[in-house]
Design a protein around this ligand. Sequence first.
Ligand code: GLN
Length: 561
Amino acid sequence: MTKFVFVTGGVVSSLGKGIASASLAAILESRGLKVTLIKLDPYLNVDPGTMSPFQHGEVFVTDDGAETDLDLGHYERFIETRMGKVNNFTTGQIYKSVLEKERRGDYLGKTVQVIPHVTNEIQEFVMRGATATDVDVAIVEIGGTVGDIESLPFLEAVRQMSLKLGPNNTAFVHLSYVPWIAAAGELKTKPTQHTAQKLREIGIQADALLCRADRPIPDEERAKISLFSNVPEWGVISMWDVDTIYKVPRMLHEQGLDGLICDRLRLNTPPAKLKRWDDLVYETEHPQSEVNIAMVGKYVDLSDSYKSLIEALRHAGMRNHARVKIGYIDSETITSENIGQLAKFDAVLVPGGFGKRGIEGKICAARFAREHKVPYLGICLGMQVATIEFARHVAHLTDANSTEFDPGTTTPVIALITEWKDKDGTIKTRDEHSDLGGTMRLGAQSSDVAPGTLAHQIYGDVVNERHRHRYEANVNYLDPLRKAGLVISALTQREHLTEIVELPQSVHPWFMGVQFHPEFRSTPWAGHPLFNAFIAAAMVHRDHQAAPDHPVAVANLKVVA
Ligand code: GLN
C-alpha cells in the first residue's frame, strides 16, 4: 500500500518547498524506496500552459505532453520516477471535473458543495497520481501558503485522507520561515509558531517542521519552536540558505528527516546513501575551468523562466568539469551595430520563446554566431530564428520569416502546418494529426537522425525529445535551404516535421538548432548529450580564442555521453 507524505508551506511563498519535497524524495529513494511526487496548485487556471513565465516561471513539459508547474522539473531532476499528466493538478482542473460531473447528472440532484464534492475530487486526483506508478511513498506538495483561502480545500482533502488511511500511512511536513532581524540581531520564531498553530486549527499536526532561514537555527530557538508548535524537537529541522541545491538532501538527512518519516510510516529500509549527492557538490565546487555562454532571450532577469535550461547548462558544465557562466542578453537591445558584444562569449544560445518581441535581435545573434564560427545552439524558437537567418542571408530568401512574427510574409519558412500550402492551395502534408496546425505540439516524439551529421554523433540513430510549440519549418522551403547548405539532420517520417537543423562541420565547428526542448531531459547525473556536446564545443572555441595560432581541432570535439 502506498504511504503519503503531505508537504505544506507557511508564512511566505518562495521558500523552496519544491526543492525540499524533491530532496526528501531523493533521500527516500536512496533508502531503496520507490517514490513519486505530486504537486497541487491552488489556482483556477486549468494548467500553467497559458500563464506568463514572468509570473509563474517556466512551463515544464512531461513526456506525455502535460504542461506543468516548474517544480515537476525539480522532481524529475532529483528522482528516478518520471512525471506525467497525473503528477500535477490545479484547482481549475478539479472544478472543471466537478462541473462536468454536475452537468452529466452524476451527483443525482444533490447540492454540489466544496465539502464533500470538491474535496472528494481532490482525493481522487491525488490517488490517481499516487497509483499511476507502483510506489512505496507518494510525496504530495500543496502549493500556496497555509491560511490562504485558495489552498483550504486541498488541506481539508489531505486531512481527510490522513484520517482514512491512518497515522502509520501518512505524515505531514510543514515548511516555514524564521527571519533574521538585523536590528535585533536575532532569529525570530514567532511566524513559525503561528503557522504551525494555523495548521492545527485546520486539523493538521505537522510531524516535521522545516525551518527556512538564512543561517542554521541554534538549538535554543529550535526548542522554542518545538514547545509552541507541538512538534518534538528532533522534528524541528533547520534548512538554511546554501549556494547549491544539491546540498539540501544531505542537510535534511543529517538532521534525521528521512529517519523520522520512515519511523512514522513504519518503513523498514537500509540507511540512506547520499554519496552521489556529495559527488555533485564536489563537482560544483571544484571546476577546472570556466566557460561563458551568451543567452539571448526575452525574460532576461528572471532565471525561473528558463529554469530547466539553466540547470541543463550547469549539468553539462559539471560533465565537462567547467563552471558555466551565463550572460543574459536582452534580445530587444541587440542590433547589427552592437552585435560585436557577443565576441566575448564562448558560445551563443537562443532559447525557446513566443511572440515577435526581440526577434530581429535573435536573428542578428544567430547570424553573428554563424559568420564568426561561434558555437550556436538554438532551442525551439532558437532553431526557427537560425532557419530564418540562414534563409535570408545564405539562401537569398530575403523576405524569409515566420508567420508568427509576420503573418503576411511572402516567404513563410516557418509556419503553422495548416499554412504549408501548395500553389493550388491544398495542404501539402497531412495525416491523422493534421489538427496539430492549430494547437501546440506537446510531449515526447521521435524521429530518425541522418547518419554522418553532428546530431548523429550526439543522438545516434533516433532522437526522442519533448516538444512545446505551434510553428514548424515549412516543408516547402526545405529544398532551397538544403541547396544553400543547411543540413536537415532529423525530419519526422510521416509529417516531415523538421526536428534538427545544423551546418556541416566543414563550414562551421558547431551550429545546431533543435525544434524540441532537450533541457527537460537533463539530469545532474548524466547531464544531456546535446548540452554536454555544446559546452564541450564552447570550451574548444574558448581555447582557440586564447591561442588562435593553434587550428581548431574540430575532430577533437568531445561528445560526453
Ligand atoms: N513560438 C514558437 C512556436 O510556437 C516557438 C515556441 C518555443 O520556443 N517553445 O513554434
